[in-house]
Design a binder for this molecule. Structure first.
Ligand SMILES: Nc1nc2c(c(=O)[nH]1)N[C@H]1C(S)=C(S)[C@@H](COP(=O)(O)OP(=O)(O)OC[C@H]3O[C@@H](n4cnc5c(=O)[nH]c(N)nc54)[C@H](O)[C@@H]3O)O[C@H]1N2
Ligand SMILES: Nc1nc2c(c(=O)[nH]1)N[C@H]1C(S)=C(S)[C@@H](COP(=O)(O)OP(=O)(O)OC[C@H]3O[C@@H](n4cnc5c(=O)[nH]c(N)nc54)[C@H](O)[C@@H]3O)O[C@H]1N2
Ligand SMILES: [Mo]
Length: 582
């Protein structure tokens, strides 16, 4: 168990390899002694286990023969992705517990255990301000999925530890955990929720969010203590803060072959490896495919056109992503999101490029400073398809898949121009076995643009757009036309809304589904010159707020554009979404 799904589970419940439960230390004999006695266990670990990166090294070395991966997706999220694949191939027995049937890690499992997800089970969650909240199930759990604790308990029973894992519901576990936090504590350890160790099932069911510490007998200074350490006292042996002096490691390869620094991280719309957020059409409508942000000067120097495809490579691997050319990227660096897995793109797993150099103390890998070089991906054709049925994308050298409310969308590109476009179309749309229907077609020899609308039983069931350069189609508008009556097909061929129909453009504000064109209209025609005015008019940016930076940059660019600065006009078209609009 690693990562955000188990951040507090790791730190407080004891799921980390280098510490005991309830903030207790492995190298503190008082702590290990009391945990051992509390658990009435014949043994207790005396030294730290393997941290994530080392653990997979140990699999590769054959030191680990059985591995159970729960609530994390290491094939995508750990550095040196190829080595992680190798580790899981080498490991004789791999179990994966996940809420998603199909993940990049699950692919390597000998046994796949279906776990209940967040809204399907009972328990508690703790946030970073130490507030414990009850998690109540509000959805029926699908198929044979079970809570992770139940799965662990049942496996323990099969291994002969039924008595020690004798829990019948989540509250049994919570009470034990709360009691351990208080066991021989007497104010020596920060984490004390002994007051919750006596909750009845009914009290647990109606528990309202509560900030720890919650000792059984509240000491004066503990009551209502919202902020820790304000008295300069820490929960260390000396009561003083432990500062660790570090030497700056030489992470960057000075090799001029790989002159750019690759930074990686998140975009607001997706969560980590997208096993859940990838299923939400609205979240995918902002950035629908993997990309790299490049500074305009770097891109021009290297010959990377906005919205074209680019290869990012180093000796570890290569990935192909969309080029997003924007001044918000600093020169000499590129930024690639960590989200796109093999489930959603042909080759975009950023951690295949990242080396597994770790900090010697924390084990944290250097995920934000990989040395890479970039080049244009020599695509000979580009495509965009929308389809009610899951497309089959293998025949394209580059693809990125997304869900829409009525089906799927995909960006495509290929190195060789297909000999037979009809065959290509049928293979992409997985129509080989269907009786052929004549699509509504459009072909322009001069531009190489080919467009197909496929109609069945009077409805548009798929559309495909191909061209020699990145396809100029209003993506969100096209997506919204799927399943509409066939008499609409001619307009859909155009790939953009008729002039009397509003085209919202790519979604900028996911919370209120506000598109880029709507925001530009509000700025230019509605005289909304500030974030606040745009918020009042459209709602955009007024909920989670994570699109406010992007709205601000639209505001700035609109001002320049109004002043007739054409370079910025181009920026206005390109920089805020990955693919161009007509
Ligand atoms: N290059 C690069 N790599 C990074 C980072 C970066 O910035 N750059 N960030 C790093 C950081 S900070 C983190 S936290 C990690 C995150 O990396 P991961 O933890 O690997 O990412 P998630 O996608 O959150 O994986 C959680 C998995 O658990 C499943 N899951 C969800 N709920 C449950 C449940 O209740 N039970 C079970 N059994 N499974 C469940 C999900 O479907 C998913 O497959 O990535 C790290 N990797
Ligand atoms: N939407 C969404 N929210 C999330 C998550 C998610 O997956 N999706 N994941 C959650 C998790 S587990 C975590 S850990 C957090 C992570 O939250 P953050 O740490 O805020 O997110 P990151 O995108 O990883 O990148 C952090 C920023 O650090 C910058 N940076 C990189 N190198 C350096 C450097 O050397 N110095 C400085 N000063 N800055 C640098 C990057 O450019 C980036 O802007 O987000 C949490 N929230
Ligand atoms: Mo994280």
């Amino acid at each position: 168990m690693t990562g955000q799904p188990n951040a507090m589970g790791g730190r407080e419940v004891g799921g980390l390899a280098n510490q005991l439960a309830c903030h207790m230390d492995l190298d503190n004999s008082t702590h290990s002694d009391l945990v051992q006695r509390f658990w009435n266990s014949p043994t207790i670990a005396t030294r730290p286990g393997l941290k994530a990166v080392d653990l997979f090294q140990a699999c590769r070395d054959g030191r680990i023969k059985a591995l159970w991966i729960m609530a994390t997706n290491p094939i995508d999220s750990l550095p040196n992705g190829e080595a992680i694949e190798q580790a899981l191939n080498e490991c004789p027995f791999v179990v994966v517990s996940d809420v998603a049937a199909s993940t990049d890690t699950g692919h390597f499992a000998n046994v796949l255990l279906p776990a209940q997800g967040w809204g399907e089970k009972e328990g508690t969650v703790t946030n970073s301000e130490r507030r414990i909240s009850r998690q109540r199930s509000f959805l029926l759990s699908p198929g044979s999925s079970r809570a992770d604790w139940w799965i662990i308990k049942e496996v323990a029973a099969r291994l002969g530890f039924a008595e020690s894992f004798n829990y019948s519901c989540a509250v049994d576990i919570f009470r034990e955990y709360a009691q351990l936090s208080a066991f021989e504590n007497n104010g020596t350890r920060d984490f004390d929720i002994g007051g919750l160790g006596i909750l009845s099932q009914r009290e647990y069911a109606s528990l309202t969010p509560i900030q720890w510490p919650v000792p059984l007998e509240p000491a004066e200074q503990m009551v209502g203590e919202k902020r820790f350490f304000s008295d300069g006292q820490f929960f260390t042996r000396s009561r003083r803060a432990n500062c660790v002096a570090i030497a700056t490691p030489a992470i960057r390869d000075t090799n001029l072959m790989y002159p750019l620094v690759m930074n990686s991280g998140r975009v607001c719309d997706q969560w980590h490896t997208m096993t859940r957020t990838g299923k939400a059409p609205r979240l995918g409508s902002h950035y629908a495919e993997p990309f790299a942000e490049n500074h305009p000067h770097d891109a021009a120097e290297i010959g990377i056109e906005p919205a074209s495809l680019m290869t990012v490579e180093n000796p570890n691997a290569a990935v192909v992503v969309r080029a997003l050319v924007t001044e918000r990227q600093q020169r000499g660096s590129i930024f690639v999101p960590m989200h796109w897995s093999d489930q959603y793109a042909s080759s975009a797993r950023v951690n295949r490029l990242v080396s597994d150099i770790v900090d010697p103390i924390s084990g944290q890998p250097a995920l934000k400073s990989e040395s890479v070089r970039v080049s244009a991906f020599a695509a000979n054709w580009y495509g965009f398809i929308v389809s009610e049925n899951l497309p089959l994308l293998d025949s394209a050298d580059y693809w990125a898949l997304g869900v829409t409310s009525r089906g799927w969308r995909a960006e495509l590109a290929g190195l060789q121009v297909p000999l037979d476009w009809d065959a290509m179309l049928n293979s992409l749309l997985n129509r080989a076995s269907n009786p052929p229907t004549d699509p509504v077609q459009f072909y322009d020899a001069a531009s190489g643009s080919r467009r197909y609308i496929i109609v069945e039983a009077g409805r548009i069931i798929a559309m495909a757009y191909f061209a020699k350069s990145p396809v100029r189609v209003s993506r969100q508008w096209a997506v919204d036309q799927l399943s509409l009556p066939a008499d609409w097909a001619l307009s859909v061929i155009a790939g953009r809304a008729p002039t009397d129909v509003v085209d919202p453009g790519a979604t900028i504000c996911s919370c209120f589904s506000v598109g880029r064109n709507e925001i530009i209209d509000a700025i230019v025609e509605g005289s909304c010159g500030s974030l606040d005015l745009i918020g009042q008019r459209l709602g955009a940016g007024t909920n989670c707020g994570s699109c406010r930076a992007e709205i601000s940059s639209l505001l700035r660019e609109a001002v320049y554009a109004a002043a007739g600065l054409t370079r910025l006009q181009v920026q206005l078209d390109i920089s805020n979404r990955v693919c161009p609009e007509p």
